[in-house]
Design a protein around this ligand. Structure first.
Ligand code: KG4
Ligand code: ZN
Length: 339
């Protein structure tokens, strides 16, 4: 067991996540979510999230250590999400990581949230090939990333120019009156609906449009207009059909562009991560299209796709294994940390 034993802390949004890994082996994944406290506001309220992290931080760390059955003294490092994310929320995790690292005399590793969404797949499918092609789709991001080195060289090929994919799911769910977060509910309704019922627009897929960028704001507006017109005419809204047709428009564009990026860059595998990677239709369509294109698909199980501490620990362990420099104790929480 000379693989690095690392504890990871994630507090970039509304989940207080603490994970412990040894190399590519997941030992603990403790999570406390404040999502229910945000539901009544229809979105994550930063101040509410920060306060919830503060309350959950120490108990969640203790729970993870107990789950893993390891002593904090045996850790080879403490990793933490340094950004991007909500400033106040990040600060709670970064402060906790510094305190534990300092008190225990362990090296501290500040990591990028997006890179850890990719690295988590090592816990499920073993070492990632390099370069890695990743499609990251969450409430805050929709990016195509090419990573020659997951611990330090992750290049954005394209990103959303307006709403993130998860944000579009959340907004459409609100239009349909389905509550927050919208992704899982739309996923459920869509299973009963017809994805070809309504032809919603596919953003940025014209001949002159940027190849790897996304746009979901026009789609969201198209869905809202369609639903409003329907209500105005006094008709019932076919929620399942709207959900299925909207979802199909999103995952059609995501998979098409991701596979295009793999082909253009000579990469024979595709990793999909972030909360939206939990979407069942995205998973099935990506698999179908990857198989057709001779690309190996790697998607972690849904629990590892949404924000968690294990992904931070996974990237921290990779940094320790590669002898990457630890962070200084003045490591800042950076809400817009670039890759
Ligand atoms: O990665 P994540 O947990 O947090 C960040 O945004 O970083 O992603 C949360 C997003 C939310 O927008 C949620 O609606 C979406 O992921 N999501 C889904 C599904 N599960 C979660 N979207 C579509 N289908 C799902 N099954
Ligand atoms: Zn995330």
């Amino acid at each position: 067991a000379d693989e690095p034993l690392v504890l990871g802390i994630e507090t970039s949004c509304d989940e207080t996540g603490v994970g412990i890994v040894r190399g590519h082996t997941l030992l603990a994944d403790a999570i406390a979510s404040s999502v229910d406290e945000h539901a009544r506001y229809g979105g994550v309220v930063p101040e509410v999230a920060s306060r919830a992290h503060l309350e959950a931080m120490v108990p969640t760390i203790r729970r993870a250590l107990k789950q893993a059955g390891v002593s904090a003294r045996d850790l080879d490092g403490i990793a933490v999400t340094a950004g991007p994310g909500l400033a106040g929320a990040l600060l709670v995790g970064v402060s906790a990581a510094k305190a534990y690292a300092y008190a225990l005399g362990k090296p501290l590793y500040g990591v990028n949230h997006l890179a850890s969404h990719i690295c988590v797949d090592q816990l499920e499918h073993g070492a990632l090939p390099e370069p890695t092609m990743a499609l990251l789709v969450s409430g805050g991001h929709s990016s195509l990333l090419l990573a020659p080195d997951i611990t330090g060289d992750v290049r954005p090929l394209g990103a959303t120019i307006d709403d993130a994919a998860g944000e579009a799911f959340d907004k459409v769910a609100r239009v349909l009156g389905l509550g927050f977060p919208g992704g899982p509910v739309i996923d459920r309704y869509a299973r009963e609906g017809d994805p070809a019922a309504i032809a919603f627009p596919r953003g940025l897929t014209g001949g002159r449009d940027p190849l790897y960028d996304f746009s979901f704001s026009g789609l969201k507006t198209a869905v809202a207009r369609w639903v409003e017109a329907r209500r105005r005419d006094g008709h019932e809204v076919p929620v399942a059909d709207v959900a299925a047709s909207f979802q199909e428009a999103v995952v059609d564009v995501l998979t098409r562009k991701a596979i295009r990026a793999c082909k253009d860059n000579g990469v024979d595998h595709l990793m999909i991560g972030g909360g939206v990677a939990a979407n069942s239709r995205l998973r099935s369509l990506a698999l179908e299209r990857c198989e057709g294109a001779g690309i190996r698909l790697r998607v972690p199980r849904p629990g590892l796709c949404t924000d968690n501490g294990a992904m931070v620990a996974a990237l921290g362990a990779e940094m320790v294994a590669r002898g990457r420099a630890a962070s200084a104790f003045d490591l800042p929480a950076d809400s817009s940390l670039p890759l």
